[in-house]
Ligand binder design. Structure first.
Ligand SMILES: C[S@@+](CC[C@H](N)C(=O)[O-])C[C@H]1O[C@@H](n2cnc3c(N)ncnc32)[C@H](O)[C@@H]1O
Length: 285
């Protein structure tokens, strides 16, 4: 059977799955092709090429897993993020393409600073911290997360990618050297921002496969951690340093208000990423 027919079959199965969020145009086509390339061990699928029986079986098993909502990144074991290959495994938040915009905003602000310091709060598997380390020179990069498991993965990701970044377990800035206070140039944060009561509304592919602490801080409005982070970040930033927070569009205004109240200036909501869905609220000390 040639690849194109196998892909059609897979796309039909993925489109019919109630566990997948079908908001993105062509999502099923892109994912099916990605999985078939993975099953074949190639970069690009030739639609006319016949697919050997063993790869066909592997591919169909992977599509069946995806149809349960399991993220493609778990099936492959890694996530691509701004050219990096990061470990993806249950228990640690899967790096999302949408977060590349947060990394881009940070990198842009760090590139021309000398001896700059960057801190990625709630770093997960080191996603934004490692992108910064990879795309800047001479920046001291730190990442913190409450989850020990996430920090272990972040350290492994740094090692595998041969990048330098310091990862510590702790609540927000806990565990960071005190000498950094007042000296940080850019703080990034992609926090859990779903309200406690909203968890049930999330699609299965998120709710069933991401640990709750990566999605919600258990506050009613999802702003609990953001409010704490904005209040504390002010003192850790150098004057003129930036706080960048990634949220969904429906949270953008509320987060901008939180940042203004915490004393940040030039606060605005920026929109980016391929689907222009990500909002990064930026403000400076
Ligand atoms: C939405 S995930 C983002 C992970 C990563 N920044 C990314 O974009 O891939 C949120 C992360 O916040 C972490 N987290 C939750 N509460 C925290 C806290 N109080 N202090 C530090 N990290 C926290 C979770 O463990 C999780 O890794």
């Amino acid at each position: 059977m040639e690849a194109s027919r196998l892909l059609e079959e897979a796309v039909r199965e993925l489109k019919a799955s109630p566990a997948i969020d079908h908001w993105q145009r062509d999502r099923e086509e892109i994912e099916a092709e990605d999985l078939l390339a993975f099953a074949l061990g190639v970069d690009r699928v030739d639609p006319d090429a016949p697919v050997p029986a063993s790869a066909r079986r592997r591919f169909r098993r992977m599509v069946a897993r995806r149809a349960t909502g399991e993220p493609v990144q778990f099936i492959k074991g890694y996530a691509e993020f701004r050219g990096l290959e990061l470990i993806a495994k249950p228990g640690v938040f899967v790096p999302r393409e949408s977060t590349e915009f947060l990394a881009e905003q940070a990198i842009r602000r760090l590139r021309h600073r000398r001896r700059a310091v960057a801190v990625d709060l709630a770093t997960g598997g080191g996603t934004v911290a490692l992108a910064i380390a990879n795309e800047t020179k001479g920046v001291r990069v730190y990442g913190t997360d409450l989850s020990k498991e996430a920090i272990e993965v972040a350290r492994r990701n740094a090692e595998r990618s041969k990048l330098r970044a310091t990862f510590v377990t702790g609540d927000l800035f806990e565990g960071l050297p005190h000498e950094l206070a007042g000296r940080i140039d850019v703080i990034t944060l992609h926090p859990p921002y779903v309200g406690r009561g909203e968890l049930v509304e999330l699609p299965d592919e998120i709710r069933k496969f991401e640990p709750p602490h990566t999605l919600t801080d258990q506050s009613e409005d999802g702003l609990g951690l953001i409010e704490r982070a904005a209040a504390v970040s002010h003192g850790w930033l150098r004057k003129g340093g930036w706080l960048l927070i990634e949220v969904s569009p429906d949270r953008a205004r509320a987060v901008a208000t939180v940042m203004r109240r915490a004393g940040f200036r030039d606060v605005r909501s920026t929109k980016g990423g391929e689907w222009k869905i990500t909002r990064v609220i930026v403000g400076r000390r």
